[in-house]
Design a protein around this ligand. Sequence first.
Ligand code: IMP
Length: 431
Amino acid sequence: MTVTVVVGCQWGDEGKGKIVDLMARRMDWVARYQGGANAGHTVVVGRQKYVLHLVPSGILHPKPKCIIGHGVVVDPAYLLEELDGLSTRDIALEGRLFLSEGAHAILPYHKWLETLDGQDVRVGTTKRGVGPAYQDKMGRTGIRMYELLDPKRLRRRIDEHAERVERAFRGAGIAPPQPIEAARTEWLATYSGLAHRLRGFVADTVALLAEARERGEKILCEGAQGTFLDVDLGTYPFVTSSTTTASGAAFGLGLPPSALTKVVGICKAYATRVGEGPFPTELHGEDGEALRSQGGEFGATTGRPRRVGWLDLVQLRQAVRINGVTSIVLTKLDVLSGRSSLEIATRYRADGELRSYTPTDVEALERCEPVYETVPGWEEPLDRIRRYADLPLTARRYIERIEDGCGAPIRTVSVGSGRNQIITVPSRAQR
Ligand code: IMP
């Protein structure tokens, strides 16, 4: 029995979707543990491109069953849209997808509150209502799936929330996007309808996973976003509202921490970030533009251009420690072709000192200047290479430098979005 966690080592968008898709074929279960429709996983299968926001990408394989755990905040409208999209492409869902009865629902007023509160601008959120839904969860006022399924309870809960939302808008002296009375009636009608359609998927997923473990089945826990968007360990307050790091798999799925046996860290060969917040190795101007267009760095969820920069070993080392990463998948190495040299940040300089850790205080992090090591690049395209030994020597050196700097082995390198654009990296002794 193994429980493997796949976790992003940067600020999300590391290419976890493709890696989960690759690992999923050997799994019995693939379970998503946090976040909401703020995440966007792109998986390319042959000529088909799938963008998944809530459903684990394991669904694209016939074998694994998939779970959306209670740690996820679920917008029923988005979820059903995604399920409809999968069904029309003949992906079987019945008996294969299970939605936790304890997952909290995102309703339209969560998006209203996100804007009213200015989180969308301050943090640069995805405007999917994720932050306010987690606020409700922690404030003990959230609506969980089992309540959504019960018309009487849903009416009562929506009434409570409508009053609260009205008070919030009145207090701010701003008119809500829609008169509250009309909105309340609409929410009730729409969400009882959506709940009815979701009923067949709602289950006690904690029990399902416990029984799967007892049978010795293989479970893959899929994290969304990345380590530095973690609400506690990331660049707070420029973070998402959940535990994106590996321990989130225990919280968000009800698995005991001792059950997590492997942690696969996904790291892009350079760095990207969307939204506001510090980014020590960010590249601006023409260099940034070039890397962004070579890497196709535009958000899968919002289409926003991603900020881009050099690989940051301070950050990666920290991600390896925090998550207990047992192996790394290095993605998008092909994007770095065509450069005579590359920069890697090995430490930060701040307030006259050299630092090997990212500071907890975001203002201290803003003051950090990366200390770069320049390494040789390579000209050749890598997208057709499938064997480690066929990589240019300088690309292999780049991989080894990253391993040495972060303390975890790189076992896989991805050189394109296709399922077969993967290179298995031999252990150090066998290279
Ligand atoms: P929220 O999760 O929509 O509240 O946004 C909070 C922060 O997390 C913003 O900076 C978003 O851009 C970022 N974020 C949320 N989801 C993702 C993701 O899947 N990839 C990258 N950044 C994300």
